[in-house]
Design a protein around this ligand. Structure first.
Ligand SMILES: Nc1ncnc2c1ncn2[C@@H]1O[C@H](COP(=O)(O)OP(=O)(O)OP(=O)(O)O)[C@@H](O)[C@H]1O
Ligand SMILES: [Mg+2]
Length: 708
């Protein structure tokens, strides 16, 4: 239901006695939002902008920044323009405002044309009814829209431009958006309209960058403390617990039916972990950019409406999500910087009630992150300012240091914090001896593991070109495909869908992902072309072969480097291995081929130098310019006239026998041997022999298999 507007407020730009407007502003706050009073620096920010002054407002996550531009929109006739980085964020806020009876709208290309037209008509009318208009930075950069804003300004109707999540303008920030850079022109185009920049990113260089980039004029700089006293901070050490999945499950269960967010680095971990939690009765769902956008919306809705309790997500999830009762935010992998950690953990306890931040720290994870950061640092152009490894050191110190966690967080933002004020609200202050013991044990474990050579980063395909897998973890900054009106959020599943439909797969995607997408693309294709023969559907495409080669090459390069093997040419070796899989399985079909590639990648991850030299001996010879020795593993010949039953049995046995878990969790890899997985023809032959024996024993008639 629409609320009638309050009587005209005594608050306007020329008001010399701005403090006199306080009562009126509080009245608006109570009337429209039901809050008793302003929090922290809200009032100061509002009074500054209403009086026409620029303002830079730094408040912690959940601090109540939105009110700082929402109240000014209600204080006098006219419009407040809000620039926001995500469509989802705009939608949420507009919906919430409309529910309160406040005339708010957003403009985005996702809306139906008639809806957009209606908003434009309203803006063009002499007396627009809209009070808050949310837009994307891309739209502001268009000439047509800028013209419209100038007209509004000329009619005295543009009261304020609020830049929400203003840190997105800074490449020092953790969420840099190139499109935000275009906002630098605002000051020139709309010189006399006050600007309000809002962010929860506290790094001093980001603040300066935001103020400079937006050319804020003598802004009132407001900074609130970043302390979140209602969040208990804790670190758990993966090396010191038997199974992190189980530990997390137990932790969640011990807290009851709470609402939680679990952040993971990789999409596959989100899927796996969510499945695991669900299997133990915890209501959870995965959320990442690899999901189709429709599914993501459902997951989000279910979580927001508390149908699902736990969301297991990459960092694609979170910015602007205003769910008050999140009781726990858990980082299942180490975050890339203190800033990211603060933002993400800050999504807990927005209702100010006691909440928890739990970070699972693993040395493997740390190495993986360091590797990725180094890689991204190497790729940076000299002009790029993206922070990488040095920011990561802060979070490593947070985990590996013994002092108060809260102090470490706040000091990393330049805020002094006396330890006694923590009042045992972090594990290091609550149980200092226990934390010290853990750290000691961690040091011992890590150094022991170090000595046993190849120990770290065992869990998955952490190869160099797989950054796409982690793309959500980086700034959303390589999304140069901005349309005029659309937000180029690379955390939108539409990317994935587009790349399925498109002729080429995005270079940003990792190899594993490409394979999955390829498979999905093929499925789609065959769905549409039902008449295509089944055998064709099972065919192994050239693209799939190329991706497989790349996947093997990535793993090989890593492994050869780790083991210091120089005699093997990784390019030749990857082709050799792929060809081996292809020769064995081209006739058995794509699934067999794919599964063999996967086993080979796993084998590479565990192979010793001798294993590699033996299996790849022919490639070793080639690399030295010698004749091939012909001593590589004997090739099994392809199979013809395959019986479906054999395929099924083989597939079942293959799955049961694969010791993936063992490989992933073992600290020392050399003594572990993969049980030999028979090739399909070996398997068929064994069965054939078994059948023959049975026949000769008078049990069953033999099945005739024609083998080449
Ligand atoms: N003065 C107030 N009194 C009580 N609650 C408030 C007040 N101001 C804001 N809130 C509530 O605080 C919560 C967080 O507000 P808001 O979403 O504006 O935070 P934010 O600073 O923008 O956070 P983020 O950085 O995550 O975007 C909201 O639920 C809001 O209703
Ligand atoms: Mg906000």
């Amino acid at each position: 239901m629409k609320k009638s507007p309050l009587p005209v407020q005594n608050v306007h730009r020329s008001d010399k006695n701005v403090g006199g407007g306080k009562e009126a502003l509080v009245k608006l706050l109570r009337w429209h939002f039901g809050h008793a009073d302003f929090r922290g620096k809200q009032l100061e920010a509002i009074q500054a902008v209403v009086s026409g002054r620029d303002c830079f407002c730094l408040m912690p996550t959940g601090g109540g920044k939105s009110i700082c531009y929402q109240i000014p929109a209600l204080a006098k006739p006219g419009i407040v323009l809000v620039v926001s980085p995500l469509i989802a964020l705009m939608e949420n806020q507009v919906m919430a405002l409309k529910e309160k009876g406040i005339a708010a709208e957003y403009l985005s290309s996702t809306q139906a044309t008639h809806v957009r037209n209606k908003i434009h008509e309203d803006l063009d009318s002499g007396k627009p009814s809209v009070r808050l208009l949310y837009v994307t930075p891309e739209l502001i950069a268009t000439k047509g829209f800028m013209l419209k804003l100038r007209k509004l300004r000329d009619r005295g109707l543009l009261n304020l431009i609020a830049i929400d999540e203003a840190h997105c303008i800074s490449s020092w920030g953790h969420d840099f958006r190139p499109s935000y850079r275009q906002l630098s022109n605002l000051r020139d185009s709309l010189a006399d309209v006050p600007m309000l920049a809002l962010t929860a990113t506290a790094a001093p260089k980001v603040q300066k960058d935001v103020i400079d980039s937006l050319s804020l004029r003598n802004p009132l700089v407001l900074k609130s403390s970043f302390n979140r006293p209602n969040i208990f901070y804790e670190v758990r050490y993966k090396e010191l617990i038997d199974n992190a999945y189980t530990d997390l499950c137990n932790l969640l269960k011990s807290c009851g039916n709470i609402c939680a967010i679990i952040y993971c680095l990789e999409r596959t971990t989100c899927d796996d972990l969510s499945l695991h939690l669900s299997s133990t009765g915890i209501s959870s769902a995965a959320y990442h950019a690899g999901l189709q956008s429709k599914l993501r919306s459902t997951v989000l809705d279910d979580w927001l409406s508390s149908k699902k309790q736990v969301i297991v997500a990459t960092v694609a999830f979170g910015m602007g999500i205003d769910k008050k009762d999140v009781r726990m935010v858990c980082h299942f992998n180490v975050p890339k910087s203190m800033e990211s950690f603060y933002q993400e953990s800050g999504r807990a306890g927005r209702d100010q009630l006691p909440s928890r931040s739990v970070l699972y720290y693993g040395v493997d994870d740390r190495k993986k992150m360091e590797f990725l950061l180094r890689n991204s640092e190497n790729k940076k152009s000299p002009s790029s300012k993206k922070p990488t490894t040095s920011n990561f050191d802060q979070i490593v110190r947070y985990c590996e240091g013994s002092g108060c966690r809260r102090k470490k967080i706040l000091e990393s933002f330049g805020e002094e914090f006396p330890v006694q004020q923590c009042k045992k609200t972090c594990d290091a202050c609550k149980n200092p001896n226990q934390v010290a013991r853990c750290l000691e044990e961690l040091t011992t474990t890590a150094s022991r593991r170090h000595n046993s050579s190849r120990v770290f980063i065992t869990s998955s395909s952490d190869n160099k070109t797989n950054e796409g897998e982690y793309s959500e973890f980086w700034n959303r900054n390589e999304d140069g495909s901005n349309s005029d009106e659309e937000i180029s959020d690379s955390d939108d599943g539409a990317d994935a869908v587009k790349s399925i439909a498109g002729p080429k797969l995005s270079k940003k995607l990792g190899v594993d992902e490409k394979l999955v997408l390829l498979e999905r693309a093929e499925e789609k294709y065959y769905e549409r072309n039902k008449q295509v023969k089944k055998s064709e559907k099972n065919a192994i495409s050239e693209t799939l072969r190329e991706s497989s080669k790349q996947r093997l090459l990535n793993e090989l390069t890593r492994v050869l480097q780790l083991l210091g093997v120089e005699e093997i040419d990784s390019q030749n070796a990857s082709e050799f291995l792929e060809n081996e899989c292809y020769r064995k399985y081209s006739k058995a079909g794509k699934s067999f081929y794919y599964s063999q590639i996967a086993s080979t990648v796993r084998w590479l991850g565990t192979a010793s130098r001798d294993d590699l030299m033996t299996r790849l001996s022919s490639v070793v010879s080639y690399a030295k310019g010698e004749e091939p020795s012909g001593e590589s593993l004997p090739m099994t010949e392809p199979v013809e006239n395959i019986e479906q039953e054999d395929i099924n049995t083989y597939a079942t046995e293959l799955q049961v026998d694969e010791p993936t878990q063992l490989l992933v969790t073992s600290p020392s890899r050399s003594p572990i041997r993969l049980p030999e997985i028979p090739s399909f023809s070996e398997f068929v032959n064994r069965r054939k022999m078994k059948h023959s024996t049975e026949v000769s024993d008078g049990k069953k008639p033999a099945k005739i298999m024609k083998l080449q």
